[in-house]
Design a protein around this ligand. Sequence first.
Ligand SMILES: [Zn+2]
Length: 204
Amino acid sequence: MDHVNLDLSSSDARVPTLGGNSLCTSYFYKLLTFRGVLWAPASSIWDHIIPLKSRIFLWLAFWGRLNTKANMVRKGWSAVAPSAGCDACPAEETADHLILRCRPADAMWSRLSLATLACASPNIQQFVCQAKDHLQSTAKWHVAFAACAVTLWQARNDRVFNDKCWPESYIRFHATNLLSLWSNRATKQPDKDDLAPWITILSN
Ligand SMILES: [Zn+2]
């Protein structure tokens, strides 16, 4: 303490040492709960433009926790899912299959010139990440992906539970509508501007 010289002319203030601007409740919460590793897709999911229900769907999809037939067979739900096969094509019905490689997904990603990448990607996380290298503009790509993924899941549910097969044109129409609806949640004009090209590409 002998070496400390107090500067009485400047005001006293507490500042956080690990980032942030102020010592608020959220700062201490993050300090206590942060485990040292950031999950890469988190920023692709937890965007306020995407409705909470769809954000939770995406979280489950990224972690492979959706109630797909493959997962239901694994859980032993034989009464609900006697087999793990996809009813649209000869493959195991996993989240990665439904969103990347299933027949309706192929039509969706072809529109964005991402079909080859989707087929080659081992999982959703890598697809979302690597697609950025193939797209002309990546602004709000994760929101466009979210609208497409939610649409593909809803098309799957209608096919499985109601025996309804959505035509390719209706799938894109549905994704476009979803994206238009979500763009109303954007509070900043630049975010709306970033979403507009995706709506145009999917609707054409
Ligand atoms: Zn399939």
